[in-house]
Ligand binder design. Structure first.
Ligand code: SF4
Length: 127
């Protein structure tokens, strides 16, 4: 029997479980379970060049708001997640920060920026 691998497609909320059928040399011989061509394309790309959007937090040194949530502006190669995390851990931020502000441009030359996903200081809800 040919080796198999299962990948969950994240192309839409259905989350199809796609079985990748490989030949004896490890080449993709077929896909089973993808409900659409978009899912097939996603799985083939995931096998070749898996990418992820990195989400993390940056310490602020502010007791009232100790961590600023951040994410990459684009999905980056999975192999670059660790170096980008290391770079993220070195970041120093100062208020004010608005959600969407660029914290690090072209982080580790990935082509993606590290951007804030929250305001600091945040809204007090007053007014
Ligand atoms: S294969 Fe198509 S239908 Fe299934 S989760 Fe992916 S995008 Fe959605």
């Amino acid at each position: 029997m040919a080796p198999k691998e299962t990948i969950i497609c994240i192309g839409c909320p259905l989350g199809c479980r796609v079985t990748v059928i490989q030949d004896k040399k490890g080449n993709v011989a077929g896909l089973k379970g993808a409900e659409c061509k978009q899912g097939q394309k996603y799985v083939l790309e995931e096998l070749k060049n898996p990418v992820r959007t990195l989400t993390a937090t940056v310490p602020t040194g502010d007791e009232g708001f100790p961590l600023l949530p951040v994410r990459t502006s684009l999905s980056i190669l999975k192999t670059l997640l660790k170096p980008v995390m290391v770079e993220t851990a070195r970041v120093k931020v100062k208020p004010p920060v608005k959600a969407g502000d660029v914290i690090l441009k072209n982080v580790k030359r990935t082509g993606a920026d590290l951007i804030a996903t929250a305001d600091w200081p945040g809204s007090t809800g007053e007014g």
